[in-house]
Design a protein around this ligand. Structure first.
Ligand code: TXA
Ligand code: MG
Length: 330
């Protein structure tokens, strides 16, 4: 079920994928539910196992930029970003070629492509002569998995193989950038690579996700970016970064509720039960890494309410807060 990463299991996973079966695979962002992107039968299984509506398109994962660009119409910006960030947590949206089935892109004329960095997945892609369509390996609407156990707990009865790649390095999903208009790149989903870093490489402004208006949420923005998403069973209440006082932490005792801080409280000797933290020293990369794991572990422990401290609104903090706001949406 959870398969250790070794040559025999890798061959087993490759064979399943060639047979149009699904395999949950590690990436450097979150675990993906992978199937052959070029096979309609495999892609249909992805939507059905995830319970995902067919209007929500999938990302295709490739071994190399050359492989990826064979299926889209690339432009100089795409080439620059691929050279700077691939393999890595960046997804490019570009006009698609007819080789990618319409089912994968939910009928859109564009495709979302990325070259992932996780060594186990790269090894698997090397054994295949087709790209892998892979959404995050969680039931539709639930928190994304960042460890093999998370996949096992939610989809274990529906898929036969989970390739173990350990805990994911980034812990939140890739940054998605729309490059269809080469002069006006814009972020569709904030992620581990911030807009400013991309703008530095392109030497042009990149429209951040926060500037989108809701009227733009049509087919051209990421259709899966529903405002309610990433939702655990527990209700999430958000607090601004740095606004939770020591006194509040010290006296925290709400029934069936957990308090989740962005870093370990320093000044308190006896930290009450039900108080958790996402990083030791304040460190936003570590917060991102631990975020979905801590939320799922609180869900498993039966907490009914999570009071979560947000991150500062810059860099990867924007992506963390984006996921938290969606998780908290009613
Ligand atoms: O880090 C990631 O990106 C992970 C790992 C597994 O690679 N994948 C992931 O996939 O987060 P998923 O399906 O959970 O989210 C993909 C997002 C959705 O919001 C979808 O709407 C958007 O990508 N998307 C896919 N194709 C698109 C397209 N042609 N145009 C705009 N958005 C697209
Ligand atoms: Mg997802």
């Amino acid at each position: 079920m959870i398969l250790e990463f070794n040559p025999a299991n890798l061959a087993d996973c490759a064979q399943r994928l060639k047979n149009d079966d699904l395999v949950a695979v590690p990436t450097e962002t979150v675990y993906g539910l992978a199937g052959n992107s070029l096979s309609e039968a495999a892609v249909r299984k992805i939507f059905s196992v995830k319970g995902r509506p067919l209007i929500d398109p999938l990302i295709c994962h490739f071994f190399s930029a050359a492989d990826a660009f064979a299926h889209v119409f690339e432009n100089p910006s795409a080439e620059q970003l691929a050279a700077a960030f691939w393999p890595g947590p960046l997804t490019l949206v570009l006009p698609k070629r007819s080789t990618i089935p319409d089912l994968v892109t939910a009928g859109l004329p564009s495709a979302a492509i990325r070259v992932p960095a996780h060594s186990a997945l790269r090894e698997l892609l090397k054994h295949l002569d087709f790209p892998l369509a892979a959404p995050s390996a969680n039931p539709f609407g639930y928190v994304s998995p960042t460890r093999p156990e998370h996949v096992y707990q939610t989809l274990g009865n529906k898929i036969a193989a989970i390739l173990d790649g350990g805990a994911c390095q980034h812990g939140i999903e890739s940054t998605i950038i729309d490059l269809r208009d080469v002069k006006a790149p814009r972020i569709l989903r904030p992620g581990p690579i911030p807009a400013e870093t991309i703008a530095d490489v392109l030497r042009m402004p990149v429209r951040p996700h926060s500037e989108h208006t809701s009227s733009e949420n049509t087919g051209q923005s990421a259709p899966g970016m529903l405002s309610r998403h990433y939702s655990p069973k527990a209700k999430i209440k958000l607090r601004a970064f740095g606004q939770i006082t020591e006194k509040e932490i010290f006296s925290f005792s709400e029934p069936r509720a957990a308090l989740i801080l962005s870093s370990k409280p320093r000044a308190i000797a006896q930290i009450p039960n039900h108080v958790f933290w996402l990083s030791e020293a304040p460190n936003m990369d570590e917060v991102a890494q631990n975020l979905f794991h801590l939320i799922q572990s609180c869900d498993a422990q039966g907490y009914e309410q999570l009071i979560v401290e947000q991150s500062p609104n810059d860099g990867i903090g924007l992506a963390i807060n984006d996921r938290l706001q969606r998780a908290a949406a009613e």
